[in-house]
Structures are given as C-alpha cells and as structure tokens.
Design a binder for this molecule. Structure first.
Ligand code: IZC
Ligand code: ZN
Length: 409
C-alpha cells in the first residue's frame, strides 16, 4: 500500500459532489484553512482541518499554500500533425477562420499533416503536450479525433489516444469527431460522407471501443443542425454519448439541438441565443466554454453569466488545437473567464474541475476533493483562490499530484 499525507495546506478549496453544479451552487465551494489530505493507493481517504491521521507513509508539506483538485480539460483536439503558424499572417489581415477553412486551409491543412504522421510520431508529439499540461496543473483531459476524416485515419488518432492513456499519467477521455469537417472529395456529395460516418466509421469506432463520445462541428459551411442531429443520434445508437460544437461563429441551431437530444455538453457557445440557453437548461447539458479561443479569434465572449443565471452548469476548457487556440494552459483560461465572462474565482474553479469532469462523464472519479475520488490535486504557489485567478501569465502550479503520485514538486 502506498499512502501520502499532504499537510500544512494554507487553504483547501474545492467544489463538492459527483454531479455538475449549476446556478448559485456553481460558486459555492468548500474552503478549509490549515488543512490536510490523506490518500492511499491513489484515492482520497480523508481530509479535514482537525484530527490529522498519524501515518508511517509519505508526507508532503504544502508550505501553507493553496490546494485545489487537479484541473480537468474537457475539450482538446490533442492529436494532430504539424502546426498552423502560417495562418497568423492571414489572421492579422482579418481573414476569417471559416474562409481559411473554405479555401482548403485550417482544419483541412491539419488533416493533411496528420495523415502524413505515423502513430509513433503523433504519440511523441501529444505526449510532450501532456507533459506540459501536467506541469500546468491539468490531471485529466478529453481528446478528440477529427483530423482523419477517413475510417483508418480516424482510428489511427483514437488508437494514439488509447496508447497515451496507458503510457502517460494523465487520464485521457476519447471523443470521436469524424464530423469535424467535410473532406474536399465529398464536396459535391455530402450525403456520401454522412453515410460513411454513420454506416462505417461510427460502427468501427464503437466495435473497437475507441471512444466514449461522438462530437460534431455544427457550423456554417461545415455540418447543419439537421446533419448534426443525424450523426449524433447514430452515434448514440452505437453507445457514443453526444457532444456538439455549437454557436462558435454562427448560431445555426446547435445549442437548441444539444438540449433537445440531451447532449452531455455543448462547446464554444460564443453566439448562443436565449433559446439555446433555455434548451440546454431543460436538457441538462453542460455548457463547455472556451474563453482562450474567443481571445485567440478576437471574437466575442460566450454569455456565461446568463447561462449560470439560467441554471446551465458552466465548464471551462482550453480547446487546445493547432488553429483557433494553440494554448493548453488552463490557468490562463481561468484568468480570461474571470475578466471577460465576469465569473467569480469560485465559479471558475468549479468550471475547470467538477463541471469539466461532468462534461466528460468523469464527475464520479475526479473534479473535487471528496472521499473515494482519485487523489488528483494541485499545490499552488498561491495563498488563496483569488490570487490564482488574479496573477496572469506565470505558471503557479507548485506540485501536481496524480493518483497520489507527485509530479513537478
Ligand atoms: O483545427 O481549427 N473549431 N475545430 C472547430 C477547431 C476549431 C480546431 C481546428
Ligand atoms: Zn473544438
């Protein structure tokens, strides 16, 4: 048995429970001063501010620092070949994201670079990204395919996710996103690609148990709301839980659809209309917001406050990808969520921990400091949560603990 007692915690801050927190509950945290956490075999056994257990196992002095749950990144496009730094000059000339895509660049250029890469190359590259994520305090991460757009190429990406989940300390949760763009060769026959998705790719992914979720880019020039419905319903028949990229650039019905079909989460929601918010509130959908993408696209910010007021649980994620957000730093996401969404530090912490875990079906295992959950914790170079959300641009993660094992400390 291995055990770890973290003591001399100046402030322990965490949301509580195994479900997404909405409304006023999103901003209600448990706060303990002069606290400790005791873990055994990678699980949280107990914590408190009194009656610290006497143990012969390993001890870690937190030095009076802040401790929170490990951060959960609920939305990443982790596996890809190449980068897209060549798009920066176009962005600076105000060429829109969807125009770059329509001209065969954007996602489609990453598709080419991903096809050209071997599984080993993709794993080495994404593994280095995961190392960096862990150093910034992320202990669980969702990862999408979607740069294959072809059965074997999509399976290749998902196999890399499966392999990294075994090899790397971070937990990875896989999402199939074959509906990320329409391959150019299907431009004149969209129906054939929809059939390929529903009749070939989704069944193959499900058979090999390579994904937990199915995601669609519901956007002008990509997939319509009706096409998205069809793909997500098909995925569900094969056991893949629906997720959707909705209202990122244009509101074409994605958020309404998310609530109607009971999607576990809807992502982006930059231009989410009132009806979309209501639909998500009714459908129990988590709004997974990506503030660093708004920053990077010089776009508007999702109406996060309205969502919280309407009882929609808000999660916050990086959207790490080579185009619209080449940033994996959830601390920066927390800063932007405070400053631009006007969320409180308490609401933000719930957004990057428990609600993010709920958005990827992991709220029973991670996302809070609760008994029997995984011992995923971060000791921050910060005295309290306000300080963590206030400092900008430094990595404040002091020690990152994943399943009771210490990293970067
Ligand atoms: O590669 O541009 N929005 N998909 C939808 C992305 C951004 C990733 C990309
Ligand atoms: Zn995305």
């Amino acid at each position: 048995m291995s055990s770890l007692l973290i003591h001399n915690i100046g402030m322990l801050v965490t949301p509580e429970g195994t479900e997404a927190r909405r409304g006023a509950d999103q901003g209600t945290l448990r706060v303990l001063e002069n606290a400790w956490v005791y873990t055994e075999n990678g699980e949280i056994i107990s914590y408190g501010d009194r009656n610290m257990p006497i143990t012969m196992g390993e001890k870690l002095d937190a030095g009076g620092r802040l401790v929170t749950p490990g951060l959960v990144d609920a939305h990443t496009h982790l596996i890809f070949g190449g980068w897209r730094q060549n798009e920066l000059a176009m962005k600076l000339r105000n060429v829109p994201y969807l125009d770059i895509l329509a001209a065969g660049g954007g996602i489609l250029s990453t598709v080419k670079a991903t096809h050209a890469a071997t599984e080993d190359e993709l794993a080495a590259k994404a593994g280095a990204v995961l190392d960096e994520m862990l150093a910034f305090g992320t202990t669980t991460c969702e990862a999408k395919s979607g740069y294959g757009l072809d059965k074997n190429e999509e399976l290749k990406q998902l196999k890399v996710i499966k392999r990294l989940n075994k090899e790397h300390p971070l937990d990875l949760v896989p999402t199939f996103m074959g509906a990320h763009a329409l391959p150019p060769e299907f431009k004149e026959n969209r129906e054939d690609y929809l059939k390929l998705l529903c009749e070939v790719m989704i069944p193959a992914v499900a058979k090999q148990k390579l994904a937990k979720f199915c995601d669609v880019f519901c956007e002008t020039g990509v997939f319509t709301a009706e096409e998205s419905r069809r793909i997500l319903e098909c995925g569900r028949q094969y056991g893949l839980i629906p997720k959707i990229h909705a209202d990122e650039i244009d509101a074409i019905g994605g958020s309404q659809l998310a609530g109607e079909i009971g999607a576990i989460s809807a992502e982006h929601l930059i231009v989410c209309p009132e009806e979309g918010i209501q639909s998500m509130a009714q459908g129990g959908t988590v709004a997974c917001l990506l503030p660093a993408t708004s920053f990077y696209l010089n776009a508007a910010y999702a109406p996060a406050r309205k969502m919280i007021e309407a009882g929609v649980p808000v999660a916050l994620a990086s959207d790490f990808n080579p185009g619209s957000c080449p940033c994996l730093n959830l601390q920066l996401v927390m800063n932007i969520a405070c400053l631009k969404y006007r969320l409180t530090p308490e609401e933000v912490l719930t957004g990057v921990t428990l609600n993010a875990a709920a958005a990827i079906g992991m709220a029973d295992k991670v996302g809070s400091i609760d008994r029997m959950k995984q011992a995923d914790l971060v000791i921050w170079d910060a005295p309290d949560l306000n300080y963590l959300c206030y400092r900008l641009g430094s990595n404040l993660a002091h020690t990152v603990i994943k399943k009771g094992v210490k990293y970067h400390g």
